[in-house]
Design a protein around this ligand. Structure first.
Ligand code: NAI
Ligand code: MG
Length: 365
């Protein structure tokens, strides 16, 4: 029996292209794993009324971790019309399967490394090396939303200022949720010789929730006297990131701000073809590129697989396969540095699989 059981979830569109590419690299590394395919995404919503069928939940429960490609999601107005006719009007509600996995399996850390690989023509500046820690289960993603808002809400003090026809999405942040992501960021910084952790917030305006996040950050920072602790409002951070990217090292943020700043950071180091994401809980983790299913490129094997290959490297680290993780990282570095094999986004014409093959060839074996 293989040492690891890995749920293999390509999803929709280019999710399949980039996972096919990643398989080439993992096989060359001879990772002792069984890759077990699972159904997820828009296709299953249309056919079954559920983009995350129960059998896939069971698969996740019975594996060590998961590699995920991307899914297509569409607004509810469109979702209903794409269901098989016999499923329509039966109360099926589309909910993002990836948000559901993060929440149901309590994958509370979202780690997104943004590093400017030497020789990448898409780098905004050389030597940028930022890691974003995004809280992954609560905040505005808690899914507590009202439209229309129930009558009883308007009896709460403070609500008299809110018009009756408003829509409300609650930003829910808990001490436990704040503490565990902030601690993860500091622990990562300590064990990886990082210098500084910056807390991202808007505590001067969003006083209750972001105030809590910042307060807990300041408390935890005291436990790490060897690390510089800093904080910034999310809006001003965005301009400072562009102006002085080298002032930033590890960033930690509540869910929504983390989502936004990690796209900004990814763009500084090459864009969506380079943005990788690890969703980590206490005993399960799911690894993915941050990009979506890019329907216009689906099945064309044209997009850049590097984001997903970096995600696979994080999976190897998480599994404790440090040696394999380092070989993979070196192979990625050298293919980018040499610049002979480049996908379209990098100005080349290599296919997704040719890029993966070039990386695999650097691994040797
Ligand atoms: P997208 O990320 O799928 O693609 C936007 C554009 O970015 C593409 O057209 C392409 O030009 C470029 N791009 C994306 N991945 C690339 C790669 N690996 N290499 C080179 N270029 C790449 O975002 P879009 O078009 O807004 O959304 C498409 C679908 O994906 C939607 O249904 C959306 O809801 C979904 N989505 C899913 C995500 C996920 O599965 N985690 C995340 C974001 C969007
Ligand atoms: Mg995003």
């Amino acid at each position: 029996m293989a040492k690891y059981r890995i749920a293999w979830l390509p999803g929709d569109g280019i999710g399949k292209d980039v996972l096919d590419a990643t398989k080439i690299v993992l096989e060359r590394l001879k990772l002792d794993a069984e890759y077990i395919p699972g159904d997820i995404g828009w296709e299953f919503w249309c056919k079954e009324g559920d983009p995350l069928p129960e059998r896939t939940i069971q698969l996740v429960k019975n594996t060590d971790c998961a590699m995920f490609g991307a899914i297509t999601s569409k607004p509810s107005t469109v979702a209903d019309t794409e269901l098989l006719p016999e499923l329509r009007g039966k109360g099926y509600v589309y909910r993002s399967p990836i948000v559901r996995i993060r929440q149901e399996f309590d994958l509370y850390i979202c780690k997104r490394p943004c590093r400017a690989y030497q020789g990448n023509p898409l780098n905004y500046k050389e030597n940028i090396d930022i890691v974003v820690f995004r809280e992954n289960t609560e905040d505005l993603y808690a899914g507590v939303e009202f439209y229309p808002v129930p009558e009883e809400f308007f009896r709460i003090k403070g609500m008299e200022r809110v018009p009756k026809d408003a829509a409300i999405s609650l930003k829910v942040n808990t001490p436990k949720g704040c503490e565990r992501i902030i601690r993860a960021a500091f622990e990562f910084a300590r064990t990886n010789n990082r210098k500084k952790v910056t807390c991202v917030h808007k505590a001067n305006v969003v006083r209750a929730t972001d105030g809590l996040f910042l307060k807990i950050f300041n408390e935890i920072a005291k436990e790490y006297p060897g690390l510089e602790a800093d904080n910034a409002n999310v809006d001003s951070l965005c301009q400072w990131l562009l102006k002085r990217p080298f002032n930033y090292d590890v960033l930690v943020a509540p869910n929504l701000y983390g989502d936004i700043i990690s796209d900004l950071c990814a763009q500084m180091v090459g864009g969506l073809g380079f943005g990788a994401s690890a969703n980590i809980g206490d005993d399960y983790a799911l690894f993915e590129p941050t990009h979506g299913s890019a329907p216009k490129y689906a099945g064309m094997y044209k997009v850049n697989p590097i984001a997903t290959i970096i995600a696979a490297r994080m999976m190897l680290e998480w599994l404790g396969e440090e040696g394999l993780a380092q070989s993979l990282e070196k192979a990625v570095e050298s293919v980018i540095r040499e610049g002979k094999v480049r996908t379209y986004d990098m100005g080349g014409n290599a296919t997704t699989l040719e890029m993966a093959q070039a990386i695999a060839d650097k691994i040797g074996g």
